[in-house]
Ligand binder design. Structure first.
Ligand code: FES
Ligand code: FE2
Length: 473
């Protein structure tokens, strides 16, 4: 798998100062190729939702650059993943999704495989030398496949640590919220004219929120300079300043409900769903302390409890939100290399970002919810790929997407050498990029695993020492 290069193509792009990221990493084709050869084949990739494989034989295709995989439900207890390639002359066996309970049949010359990967028919077998078509050599090429949290992940790397270990603290954070019992209510896909890392990084810090999503400033209790910066960006200053300085408990409630509505609508009703807003409206007249700080705490507890009780009433596997420790209450969490979960109250959104070309990427968003017993979650189909600016994209990610082509373009400036990060809250951008360097440099699996577990978790993290014997820190 490792490429043989004449010179070391990594050097000019390597991170040597942890808070400064060379701009070429976002557009240089050689660096993109290094990622393709040395990063992607060695990491756990979220390949599909488990619920896409409802019946025996259900399969989906998962693609990353020139690699395509089949994820198939063999039986009630078994999910398998294979390279999506015919062992005869390399034809792609399947496309998109379907049911293969009769097996996979190659459309070129008709070889046939069972869903367990055995080749059960070579058409006109007598034409071939026996040793060319030995059963063991023409099985579908299996790749590792593990399920966590209602998602199926694959990994081409036989030496990688098991999935759950590789997710580090990201796994228990969401297990405590019964992540595996969520179902997708919607799934959208957007082609973004930006390198996959730029797209990913637009969701790795909340530093951009006051400027990019001024409508969300409401409940962030933002300092006044953020309000002013939003104003200069054409935001509604009066609203921003008012929310930044609640005068009493009643204003805290009004401001918070307004924030929750903005967040819910802006995310296509993922994270905060309509039912959460209805519950908030229902209890908005509760007794509340005058002091805004005390009111904020009291309101949060009351709302958490009301949403929990409503969940119990509906028979949902809703976690008791007030009993979750603080460290499990982070609303935006990242798992290396390209996956996010965004829990809020009981439900979540999820993101996945994949490279398409050096300077384009595919971002997908799922709205995940608990469905009451007996309710049938929608059957998922592959979403049509939207272009940025499409009115179907919810407002908040749409605002993020507006920035990305401009950033991608701007990074090409001859005098723009490095991205300069805030070491206290843009550190995640550096941490995961230095981990990528670990993969490119061929650091040991053990060291990489240690790095992954430090990188995966809440966004807005500071720059960390990953313990990697390499550049940066
Ligand atoms: S390429 Fe698949 S059967 Fe020939
Ligand atoms: Fe954003």
């Amino acid at each position: 798998m490792k490429p043989q290069f004449q010179a070391d193509p990594f050097r000019p792009h390597a991170i040597s100062k942890a808070d400064q990221i060379p701009a070429t990493r976002y557009y240089d084709p050689e660096f993109f190729q290094l990622e393709q050869l040395r990063l992607w084949p060695r990491v756990w990739q979220m390949a599909c939702r488990f619920e896409e494989l409802r019946d025996d034989g259900d399969f989906v295709e998962y693609r990353l650059l020139d690699q395509s995989f089949i994820i198939v439900r063999v039986d009630r207890h078994t999910i398998k993943a294979y390279e999506n390639t015919c062992r005869h002359r390399g034809m792609r066996l399947c496309e998109d999704r379907g049911n293969a309970n009769k097996g996979f049949n190659c459309p070129f010359h008709g070889w046939h495989w069972s869903t367990s990967g055995d080749c059960v028919r070579v058409f006109q077998q007598s034409y071939f030398n026996d040793e060319t078509i030995r059963a063991a050599d023409i099985r579908l090429k299996a790749v590792r496949c593990e399920i966590w949290g209602g998602f199926v992940f694959i990994n081409q790397n036989p030496d990688a640590a098991p999935l759950r270990e590789s997710l580090g603290t990201f796994a228990p954070m969401h297990e405590a919220r019964n992540v595996d019992q969520l179902h997708a209510r919607f799934w959208i896909a957007v082609r973004v004219p930006a390198n996959w890392k730029a797209t990913l990084e637009a969701f790795m810090e909340s530093y951009h929120v006051s400027r990019t999503h001024p409508q969300l400033m409401a409940a962030l209790d933002s300092p006044v300079d953020d309000a002013e910066s939003a104003a200069s960006n054409g935001a509604n200053t009066a609203q921003a300043v008012r929310y930044a300085s609640y005068r009493n408990g009643r204003e805290v409630i009004t401001g918070n409900i307004s924030y929750l509505k903005n967040l819910s609508e802006g995310m296509g009703h993922a994270m905060v769903i309509e039912r959460d807003i209805e519950v908030a409206e229902r209890i908005r007249d509760i007794d509340i302390p005058e002091d805004p700080a005390l009111a904020g705490i009291a309101w949060r507890r009351a709302l958490n409890d009301a949403i929990y009780q409503e969940g119990l009433r509906l028979g949902l596997p809703m976690p008791d939100l007030n009993s979750l420790p603080d460290e499990l209450n982070s609303p935006v969490n990242y798992a290396f290399p390209n996956f996010f979960l965004l829990p809020f109250f009981g439900n979540m959104a999820s993101y996945r970002v994949r490279p398409l070309t050096t300077e384009t990427s595919l971002m997908e968003i799922w709205g995940l919810e608990f469905f009451p017993p007996g309710a049938e979650p929608p059957r998922l189909t592959t979403p049509k790929v939207l272009e940025i600016g499409d009115p179907e994209i919810p407002l908040i990610p749409a605002q993020d997407f507006v920035n990305l082509p401009r950033q991608q373009d701007g990074m090409h400036a001859a005098g723009f050498d490095v991205l300069r990060l805030a070491s206290s809250n843009e550190g995640l951008l550096s941490n995961y990029q230095r981990l990528i360097d670990g993969y490119i440099q061929g650091v040991s699996e053990k060291d990489l695993l240690q790095g992954i577990t430090k990188v995966s978790g809440p966004i807005d993290a500071p720059i960390k020492d990953l313990g990697l014997p390499m550049s940066g820190l």
